[in-house]
Design a protein around this ligand. Structure first.
Ligand code: EAX
Length: 323
C-alpha cells in the first residue's frame, strides 16, 4: 500500500514536471466579447493548437480588449510581449501599409468575393508582406460588411450623414472615405466606443452586424442602415521570431489551427448576418434595409478617384475581377 502510494506520488510528480517543462502557454486577444464571431475564431484556434501539438502548446484567450485595443495588441505582438492577436484590418495599415487596399469602400461585391480574394493569390501575397514587419500572418478571417448606426436619425441617402459625428477605426482609408461622405470622423479604439456612444461624445459608429450585436450597441444606438459600405477583414497575427522558433510540424499546426479558426469565424458571421436584422429590430433598433448603395458610391466619386491614384487602378481591378 505504502509502496503503491509512493509510486503513484512519484509518477504524478514526474508527470507534472514533464508537462511543466514541455508545455508553452501563449496569449491571444480580441477587442470584442467572447460570444462573438471573433471569440469563436480564437477559441477554435486555441483548441486546435492544443490538439495538433498534443498539448505542448496552450493558447490563453483574452476578450473584450482586456489586453488593450487592436492597435495596442498588434504593437504587443510586433514587440513579442504578446505572442498572438486576432484583429480587424482597422489599425493594420499603420504597420503593413500594403493592406490598405482592402479597406477601400465598395470594393468587394459580397462576402464570397472577399473570401475568394483573401484565400487566393492576392490574400496570400498580402500575408507575406507582414513578415518584414516582424509578424507571421497565419490566416485571414473577417468581421463582415460594415453598416452605419447612429442615435440621431434614419440614414437613407448620403446627405443624411452630413454633420453626424461618428467614431471610426484608426484607419486612414476609412477616415478619408467617411470625410468624403460628410461625416465628422472621430477615430477611437474599440474598447472606448460603447461609453462614447452612451455619453453622446459621438452620434454614431459603423460596424458589421456581428460586432453591433456582440457589443450590444442596440442599447445605445437607435438607427441602423445596412450601408455595407466596406468589407472588414480580420487576421490572425503572431510574433515572427516566436513563430520561427517552432518546429516545421508545429508551424503547420499553428497555420492549420488559424485556418480552422477562420472557418468557424466566417460561419458565425454568416449566421449573424442571417439573424441580425431581426434580432436588432426586436431590441428596438430601426433598421433601414433598402439603402440605395449606388448613391453612396456616387457620393464617393472624388474620394475613389484618389484611391485609384494611390493604389493603382490595375491593382484595384485585379481584386474587382476575382470571381
Ligand atoms: O474588430 O474597431 C472596430 O470597429 C472593429 O470592427 C472591432 O474592434 C472588431
Amino acid at each position: 500500500m505504502k509502496y503503491n502510494k509512493l509510486i503513484i506520488g512519484m509518477s504524478l510528480a514526474m508527470g507534472l514536471l514533464a508537462s511543466a517543462a514541455a508545455q508553452t502557454t501563449m496569449k491571444i486577444s480580441i477587442s470584442v466579447a467572447q460570444n462573438s464571431h471573433q471569440g469563436i475564431a480564437i477559441d477554435t484556434f486555441a483548441k486546435e493548437v492544443e490538439k495538433r501539438t498534443a498539448g505542448r502548446y496552450k493558447v490563453q484567450a483574452f476578450y473584450n480588449g482586456s489586453l488593450g485595443g487592436e492597435r495596442e495588441s498588434i504593437e504587443a505582438v510586433q514587440l513579442g510581449t504578446q505572442e498572438l492577436a486576432f484583429s480587424s484590418s482597422g489599425p493594420i495599415p499603420n504597420f503593413v501599409p500594403e493592406t490598405k487596399i482592402l479597406d477601400v469602400p465598395f470594393l468587394f461585391r459580397d462576402k464570397a468575393h472577399a473570401r475568394a480574394v483573401l484565400d487566393g493569390p492576392i490574400g496570400q501575397e498580402l500575408l507575406a508582406k507582414f513578415e518584414p514587419k516582424g509578424f507571421k500572418a497565419l490566416a485571414w478571417g473577417e468581421n463582415g460588411f460594415r453598416h452605419m448606426t447612429n442615435s440621431k436619425r434614419d440614414v437613407n441617402v448620403p446627405a443624411d450623414l452630413k454633420g453626424l459625428k461618428m467614431r471610426t477605426m484608426e484607419n486612414p482609408v476609412h477616415i478619408a472615405a467617411y470625410k468624403g461622405l460628410g461625416i465628422i470622423t472621430t477615430p477611437m479604439a474599440f474598447p472606448e466606443v460603447f461609453t462614447a456612444l452612451q455619453q453622446g461624445t459621438v452620434d454614431g459608429q459603423e460596424n458589421p452586424l456581428s460586432v453591433i450585436m456582440s457589443a450590444k450597441f442596440d442599447q445605445v444606438q437607435k438607427h441602423l442602415s445596412l450601408t455595407g459600405h466596406v468589407y472588414s477583414p480580420c487576421i490572425f497575427v503572431m510574433n515572427k521570431a516566436i513563430f520561427d522558433k517552432l518546429s516545421a510540424a508545429d508551424k503547420t499546426a499553428f497555420v492549420d489551427a488559424a485556418k480552422e479558426g477562420a472557418k468557424a469565424n466566417r460561419a458565425r458571421v454568416d449566421q449573424d448576418d442571417a439573424n441580425g436584422v431581426k434580432e436588432l429590430r426586436a431590441k428596438g433598433m430601426t433598421v433601414i434595409d433598402n439603402v440605395d448603395k449606388a448613391k453612396f458610391v456616387t457620393a464617393l466619386t472624388t474620394v475613389n478617384a484618389g484611391f485609384e491614384k494611390d493604389f493603382g487602378k490595375a491593382n484595384l481591378d485585379r481584386i474587382r475581377n476575382i470571381k
